[in-house]
Design a binder for this molecule. Structure first.
Ligand code: HEC
Length: 156
């Protein structure tokens, strides 16, 4: 009897250890992303009033260079940003599927309001609506990772 209960306990223990080994972080991350995309981040339906033209992309790139590059790099993919591995939550690649799945309206909302409580600041009032919408267009056409060099502020 005693050895049977020991056996059961060890099976339970192995089972629990097994559960620990499968990363719960993955599920948690997925549900945070899901919640952000479906609940917190509003403005799903708003359309970008700017046309997707070469000019708008250039305007967006220019506006992005003002200060987004400090955390996201020239390419929106963190190239050359020194502290990128030390932030929690980490700075995502803006080319990643999680970011690209946002609608244009949601991206505008993220830029207006920022993401609390991470380091992502809101830009409403700092950049104009046109600048922010042009950045949304730029985000859809990010240059290849590493192709734009390091932001000026980190070139010493
Ligand atoms: C001080 C550093 C910093 C600056 C400046 C900054 N960001 Fe971010 N950004 C972050 C961090 C950190 C995150 C991750 C937020 C999260 O997932 O909680 C982020 C996330 C994002 C996201 C994805 C949001 C999501 O829910 O996945 C977009 C899009 C974005 N930033 C665009 C921009 C743009 C455009 C600018 C300039 C107008 C900018 N950021 C300026 C730090 C910054």
């Amino acid at each position: 009897m005693r050895s049977l209960s020991l056996l059961i306990i060890s099976i339970l223990a192995i089972g629990l250890a097994g559960c620990k080994a499968t990363p719960p972080a993955k599920f948690e991350t997925k549900s945070v992303v899901f919640a952000k995309h479906h609940i917190f981040v509003g403005n799903r339906k708003q359309k970008n009033p700017l046309p997707d033209t070469v000019q708008t992309r250039a305007d967006g790139k220019e506006a992005f260079t003002h200060y987004c590059v400090a955390c996201h790099g020239m390419d929106g993919q963190n190239t050359g940003v020194p502290f990128v591995d030390h932030l929690s939550p980490p700075v995502p690649s803006l080319a990643s599927p999680d970011v690209q799945q946002y609608t244009d309206g949601q991206l505008k909302w993220v830029l207006d309001n920022g993401i609390w409580p991470s380091g992502m600041p809101g830009s409403k009032g700092t950049l104009s609506d046109d600048e922010l919408w042009s950045i949304v267009v730029f985000l859809r056409h990010l240059p290849p990772a590493g192709s734009q060099g390091t932001p000026d502020m980190y070139n010493h």
